[in-house]
Design a protein around this ligand. Structure first.
Ligand SMILES: Nc1ncnc2c1ncn2[C@@H]1O[C@H](COP(=O)(O)OP(=O)(O)OP(=O)(O)O)[C@@H](O)[C@H]1O
Length: 444
């Protein structure tokens, strides 16, 4: 590998996500030549992506490292190919992009994120059903489809699954997936290189546009403006839009009202934290996919102790698998307890009844002693019921023990609180958001 290119990659490592680096830049091969650096992309898709997104930055870093102005020549091929057989490299400059009439398209979906690998439970079944319907009838079922909920709960997975299914039905279907930061980045780059026409064309020429984590649009007015127009164009010509957000978009500050209103045109579905059974089932499915032997006991242990989100569960499984492999030991419950001691302790720490009471009191702005008192005013009764229901959900304590911890109440009062809150979570959006937010604070 060219030494200059190696140093350039090292520098870019600090700027780009590992995913982008591995997807786009690592596959490139480099060769120094008299005029600058020659980069070879394995296929036209990678070439397009590198040219559109990274070329300017690569040239800037190379110039910095070499102390002279550097030009990068980009082509499809390999640095080891015989020079005489290689096509003549084209010097690709960002300004050339606007002139190129047909757009090469590549989808960037993760093939592992499918409906088959997605474990369904009560918390996500609505989201899964909606994503499937959209995939089977893009642009017509629900447009846009918005999946919202806390981090690591499977929104991205479902979004890719919908995209993958669309392409399974029609391999020519153009599905473009982007994290919202990438949308912002592309737009800034297009503004800088005066290639907004190309930008607009790129986003409007797809059959389905999937944008992840749109809460990052908050406060970015130009981006919102551009996204708004892209949205309208896609919507009008019945191209599918799928979006995710970490909360109900109406709750996102600094998101333009007209955009919020557009988001409400289709279907918004909450993805909630999975319950214990779903967490255990996800773990067993992930272990099976990775070829890791995990017993039901171990899956239950992890599912019981790690409640925050699926990403954390998966992280714990990866750690276990790596350690078991390293030490050549089977994954027993003892091994899991021993290996994940610190992680499990962190997750256990927050989830005690006193801590739940304290966090709930702070969340609703009431005094702890009032929460535990016998006073029945509504401003105290509801937070108290929530705290009781959370204690049942997140700790191993029995109903009588929880009643005792709440100023000596009867176990039927706790049971009533649990039922009331569960029902309210199904019917009242605000209530469900409070509930999820509190679960996140306590288990995150
Ligand atoms: N129900 C599920 N079945 C199988 N895997 C799941 C499920 N839910 C989540 N996962 C896995 O958990 C990990 C995190 O999920 P994902 O990235 O989709 O979360 P997210 O909700 O998009 O989070 P963020 O908002 O942080 O982007 C992924 O590896 C995904 O495959």
């Amino acid at each position: 590998m060219s030494d200059l290119w190696r140093r350039c990659l090292e520098r870019l490592e600090g700027e780009l996500s590992a995913e982008d680096l591995h997807t786009w830049l690592m596959p490139l091969q480099a060769r120094d030549d008299a005029d600058g650096l020659q980069l070879y992309a394995p296929n036209p898709y990678t070439l397009d992506a590198v040219r559109d997104r990274y070329l300017t930055r690569i040239e800037a870093v190379l110039s910095l490292l070499s102390g002279q102005s550097m030009t990068v020549r980009l082509e499809v091929g390999s640095s080891s190919a015989n020079g005489s057989h290689r096509p003549t490299p084209v010097v690709v400059k960002p300004s050339a992009v606007a002139e190129a009439p047909p757009l090469n398209f590549h989808h960037n979906l993760d093939p592992h994120y499918t409906f088959e690998t997605f474990v369904e439970g009560k918390s996500n079944q609505l989201g899964k059903a909606a994503a499937m319907q959209v995939a089977q009838n893009p642009g017509r079922a629900y447009n846009p489809l918005l999946l919202y909920g806390g981090t690591g709960l499977g929104k991205t997975h479902l979004m890719h699954a919908a995209g993958n299914l669309m392409r399974e039905h029609n391999p020519n279907f153009k599905v473009l997936y982007l994290r919202s930061e990438q949308f912002v980045g592309s737009m800034i780059e297009a503004l800088r290189t005066k290639s907004m026409d190309e930008f607009k064309r790129r986003f409007r020429s797809v059959d389905a546009l999937l944008i992840d984590d749109i809460q990052f649009f908050a406060g970015k007015d130009t981006t919102q403006e551009e996204f708004f127009h892209t949205f309208n164009a896609l919507f009008e010509s019945k191209q599918q839009i799928i979006l995710t957000c970490d909360r109900y978009p109406k709750e996102v500050d600094k998101l333009e009202p007209r955009l919020k209103s557009r988001l409400g045109w289709g279907l918004s579905v909450a993805i909630e934290p999975p319950d214990f059974e779903t967490r255990a089932a996800i773990l067993l499915a992930k272990a099976h996919d990775k070829g890791v032997k995990v017993s039901e006991d171990v899956a239950m242990l992890l599912a019981k102790r790690i409640r925050s989100n699926v990403r954390d569960l998966e992280g714990a499984l990866n750690t276990l698998a790596a350690r078991a492999n390293f030490y050549g030991r089977p994954i027993t419950t003892d091994f899991a307890e021993e290996t994940l001691r610190d992680l499990l302790a962190t997750h256990a720490q927050a989830v005690t009844v006193p801590n739940i009471q304290k966090i709930v009191a702070e969340y609703f702005g009431v005094r702890l002693q009032d929460l535990l008192s016998k006073r029945r005013v509504r401003s105290l009764a509801r937070p108290r019921q929530i705290a009781m229901a959370l204690s049942k959900e997140l700790t191993e304590h029995s109903l009588p023990e929880i009643g005792e911890a709440f100023g000596g109440r009867d176990h039927t009062t706790v049971l009533h609180a649990c039922r009331t809150i569960r029902k309210l979570c199904e019917t009242d959006t605000r209530m469900r958001q409070d509930w999820e937010q509190l679960i996140r604070s306590l288990t995150g």
